[in-house]
Ligand binder design. Structure first.
Ligand SMILES: [Zn+2]
Ligand SMILES: [Zn+2]
Length: 990
């Protein structure tokens, strides 16, 4: 094909532009969502697939509080794209939505409304009233979620969502508990754990790790006066003190022992008439501002067995207490090298006191207040919210007043806070139920090898490391709105204990009809003890809501009470996808529980997304308003653009994303809008008489775009199969760019059919096939525009695309790309040549609209067809062996050398001006809203003889290119500038 002397490019740019109004994504997406809903396309996409090919996906339940944020949106996009892809591969992908209804998040919301201050207030109100309030609260958030998920194009069965508060769900949770118990993985222990004094409940290791904050605190070194003989260490009869340091002065009233390290060297220091004992390495630190003299050095053993005067008087009668002991956890790194032991408030403390047979002393309640025994401070909060040092200061004052204070110091440290209510946590010894993770661990590590992670490094990294270091999981909570620990114990402590695993079992034992499994219902249910004549009562604790979430695979199906056969066949699931914060939470609990009850991993593939931060890299904050509302972003650019933006970003590889609205807009232009324009272009030239097939085309552009289509589809498939969502998205985006910026752009004049009617038919047939196939392979990531294209094409021609929706289609198989590999490479080179010529034009400041005479290309051999395409694109008349000109510029890159003749002859100059004129007229046409159908007449006037000559000499070409019936000289209309020269121009409709 010979390029026309003065291409139609400008003319068609105008035509193309006139229809390339921005695609109204939001409005179209709303219509499409309506269509899906009305025709039940989602349900059909499941029902039309065989039950024999399930693709199982577990949806991690979001808390039913608040509305979806970007974190949920990323997860939803991932889940949706993967599920849609699997459906197109012929799998049946059930997508049951879930709600995490229990636990502190919802309790705290209700507490705020009820203005309760403590657990006691709730008990006074009635647990049944409180729980009922929690239950009704859940419904309040559902509608907001449904709306956002609909806008996002996320398909999920929200109508039949599972709720962790449903009786069936809770019954399966009992089954999990009982199975674990039967397998020897459940036990009750008394142990020091972190508690929130406001929520009055224990927290898990993971919950504690979430709430560390750096705060200022006060530390104290107290003087403990030795009461037994000190002859061994001091010659004279004087007061001898052991110095002990603590960062939690409020624990001092609960002191019962002082611990020395066996292998630490201690000094006896004389200062101001008294003697002090502390580690040798820490003497300087503690006495820096005092006058002192070291009078002796001893090893730790020397100090075993001294008695001392209790610091506070409240527990002075405690047997075996107030002696110095040795312990292996003592170090001389900071403080004094002597540790004050309060058994109620630390793991080491608890075990040590137990080992020495000291009765358990707990001077603070779980609510964080001093108990009545501590008469001087009874009822005082030990870590008051808002003023967390207040009580420690009280302690300091008391010690100073009673001559027991050695020194005090302010310091900064990282301290755990309640992840929900922000109250400083207390390390507190209490009864708790545990899952013996340490017993499950070996198997869990083994089965973890079966799980594939995206990105891969999480497997042995964040997840693997956490699993290796896992400790037993404290699952009991002393709260109200949760699943209950299904254990009944005899009230007389005869030791009888029964774990109930189902409603039927409880009904059988108690004779009570049970319809709900919440605390307020269960607590009154009792039954006779089997070994004595007393009554069995449920232990008061409820379950950590992560136990609910981790039981989700079984509980959402009410397994094993229902669906047993199907479940067993489809377990483990194919995939889950959640944020990186779930690595140590939901992913972990799923894995631990599935190993505990099923003996295997719960899922085969895990896709982990990163955190979405504000554009400035800070956390998204409602207060700072440093990010745009997701609903608004979708209104502006559509959900498809947001999906593309997220899917092509590193956030789908568990890395942080600094969210940029600009980035979404960019994606809109590159993907949704480009595709919409290609579709409009096709529809404008659509010809129902055209019967040729794209398979018979011989045009190099057609063959190339068909090869690109095959190549792209194969790659997208490959990346989906390996859950590499960003690679598939980038592949799609690159293809859309090639389709609109190269294939359509370079084929524009072909479509018009002015030069070659038959060729126009091939171009149309090719574009039709490409658009239709594109709508299929983009359907998982861009479901709306995919449907839009599919439906519009279907309106024109209903032979190839006869499914009701693109989402009911099957994935197309690709032809061999290999046979077209050379063509793909050749086109690549052609585009490199174009790039070089355009950069030469830029360097020499010659506009593309100015035609030039010749180029030469070496370093690559291209077909004649490709030469034509290059020449059109760079607006040069000829490609020659050698450029014979004085004004030649040359550039080499990619192993290709391009020379460009920059001579502008008079003829070339006129051709260039003609293009400028055409452009100016077409702009006027556009401004007046004329369409392709509108024939016009053009009037012009200019005093510039040269430009006037162009109007006369090129009158016919001009008429063709601006679709004008006549071009006449007449001074009218407005003045436009052509190459900075004023020209009067008028365009009138005929
Ligand atoms: Zn709390
Ligand atoms: Zn009993």
């Amino acid at each position: 094909m010979v390029p026309p002397k003065f291409g139609f490019s400008n003319c068609v740019v105008f035509l193309f532009n006139s229809i390339s109004m921005a695609y109204n994504a939001h409005k179209n997406e709303e219509n499409i969502a309506d269509f899906w809903e009305k025709e039940s396309i989602f349900q059909k996409s499941i029902e039309q697939r065989s039950k024999d090919r399930p693709y199982v996906f577990y949806d991690g339940p979001p808390f039913a509080t608040g509305l979806p944020h970007y974190g949920h949106i990323v997860g939803s996009i991932l889940k949706d794209a993967i599920s849609r892809y699997a459906t197109m591969q012929g799998c049946r992908v059930e997508r049951k939505w879930g709600w995490d209804c229990h636990g502190l998040p919802i309790e705290n919301i209700v507490e705020k409304e009820l203005e309760t201050k403590s657990k006691k207030d709730i008990e006074t109100l009635g647990v049944d009233v409180f729980n009922q309030k929690c239950r009704t609260k859940i419904a309040g958030f559902v509608d907001g979620w449904k709306k956002t998920m609909r806008s996002l194009g996320r398909w999920a069965d929200m109508e039949n969502a599972y709720k962790t508060m449903d009786v069936e769900y809770m019954e399966s949770v009992w089954w999990v508990f009982k199975t674990l118990h039967e397998n020897g993985y459940i036990y009750k222990g008394h142990r020091s754990m972190h508690v929130c004094p406001r929520c009055e409940t224990t927290l898990s290791q993971q919950e504690v790790s979430e709430g560390y904050k750096t705060i200022k605190d006060i530390s104290v070194t107290a003087k403990f006066k030795i009461t037994s003989s000190t002859k061994e260490i001091v010659n004279e009869d004087a007061d001898v003190y052991v110095l002990a340091w603590t960062t939690t002065p409020w624990t001092l009233p609960g002191n019962v022992l002082l611990a020395f390290g066996e292998h630490i060297t201690y000094c006896v220091v004389k200062s101001d008439g008294a003697y002090y004992i502390l580690a040798k390495d820490l003497v300087e630190d503690n006495f820096a501002e005092k006058e002192y003299e070291v009078i002796g050095e001893h090893d730790g053993k020397t100090f075993e067995g001294f008695t001392y005067e209790p610091l506070f008087p409240y527990y002075k009668e405690t047997e075996k207490a107030f002696t110095t002991v040795l312990a292996d956890f003592v170090t001389a790194e900071d403080g004094t090298g002597i540790v004050h032991i309060a058994p109620g408030f630390g793991d080491d403390d608890y075990r040590l006191a137990k080992a020495f047979g000291v009765p358990f002393v707990q001077h603070v309640s779980m609510g964080g207040q001093f108990v009545d025994t501590v008469v001087d401070f009874a009822g005082v909060q030990v870590k008051p919210i808002g003023d967390h040092m207040a009580t420690d200061i009280l302690m300091v004052k008391w010690l100073a007043h009673n001559g027991k204070l050695f020194s005090k110091k302010k310091y900064e440290h990282s301290y755990p806070h309640c992840w929900r209510c922000d109250t400083p946590l207390l390390n507190y010894a209490t009864d708790s139920w545990f899952v013996a993770v340490t017993k499950i661990k070996a198997q869990a590590l083994e089965t973890a090898k079966n799980i594939s992670w995206m990105p891969e490094h999480i497997k042995g990294g964040r997840f693997g490391k956490w699993l290796e270091g896992a400790k037993d999981w404290s699952i009991s909570r002393q709260r109200f709105w949760a699943s209950c620990i299904p254990v009944w114990e005899c009230e007389c402590k005869c030791g009888e204990q029964i774990v109930i695993g189902s409603i039927a079992e409880l009904e059988k034992r108690s004779g009570v009809v049970v319809t709900d499994l919440h605390k307020d219902v269960l607590d009154p249910i009792t039954f006779p003890c089997g070994s004595c004549d007393k009554v069995m009562r449920r232990v008061p604790d409820v379950l950590d809501c992560w136990f609910d979430a981790g039981s989700m695979p079984y509980a959402q199906a009410h397994y094993p009470f229902k669906n047993k056969e199907e479940f067993d066949k489809a377990f483990p699931a194919n995939f889950v996808a959640e944020g990186i914060d779930q690595t140590r939470a939901w992913f972990y609990y799923l894995h631990i529980l599935s190993n505990g009850v099923m003996g295997k991993n719960a899922v085969d593939n895990v896709v982990v997304n990163g955190m979405v931060l504000a554009e400035d890299g800070k956390k998204m904050s409602k207060k700072l308003q440093n990010y745009p509302d997701p609903v608004e972003v979708m209104k502006k650019y559509g959900a498809d653009a947001l999906r593309c933006y997220m899917l092509s970003s590193p956030v789908v590889h568990a890395e942080d994303l600094h969210f940029s609205e600009h980035g979404v807009r960019d994606m809109f232009n590159k993907t949704t809008n480009s595709l919409a324009n290609v579709l409009s272009f096709y529809m404008m030239y659509y010809d129902e008489q055209n019967t040729v097939s794209h398979t018979n085309t011989t045009h190099v552009l057609d063959k190339w775009v068909l090869a690109r289509l095959d190549e792209t589809r194969l790659e997208v498939e490959k990346y989906f199969e390996t859950y590499d969502l960003s690679a598939q998205m980038r592949t799609v985006v690159a293809f859309i760019g090639d389709l609109s910026q190269w294939y359509v752009r370079r084929s524009r004049e072909r479509f018009k059919g002015l030069t070659h009617k038959e060729d126009a038919g091939f171009a149309l047939a090719t574009l039709k096939h490409v658009l239709l196939e594109t709508s299929k392979f983009i359907a998982p990531s861009m479901p709306f525009i995919a449907e839009h294209i599919y439906q519009e094409m279907k309106k024109l021609d209903n032979t190839e695309n006869n499914c009701e929706s693109v989402h009911l289609e099957l994935w197309s198989k690709s032809n061999s790309v290999l046979e077209n590999k050379e063509l793909l490479e050749q086109m690549n080179h052609a585009r490199q040549v174009v790039e070089l010529v355009l950069s030469l034009r830029k360097e020499t400041k010659i506009k593309v609209r100015q035609p030039l005479a010749q180029i030469s290309v070496s370093g690559v051999t291209l077909s004649k067809d490709l030469h034509s395409i290059i020449l059109e694109e760079v607006n040069v008349h000829d490609c020659v062996q050698d450029v014979s000109s004085e004004d030649v510029v040359t550039k080499t890159e990619y192993g290709i050398t391009v020379s460009l003749d920059t001579t502008i002859t008079e003829t070339l100059r006129k051709e260039g001006l003609l293009r400028e004129i055409v452009r100016a007229i077409n702009l006027l046409r556009k401004e007046q809203g004329f369409t392709v159908e509108d024939k016009v007449m053009v009037e012009y006037f200019t005093e510039d003889k040269y430009i006037a000559a162009v109007f006369v000499e090129y009158s016919q070409e001009l008429q063709n290119q601006v679709l004008a019936e006549s071009v006449v000289e007449n001074k009218s209309g407005e003045v436009v500038e052509i190459e900075k020269i004023p020209v009067y121009l008028t365009v009138k409709k005929v």
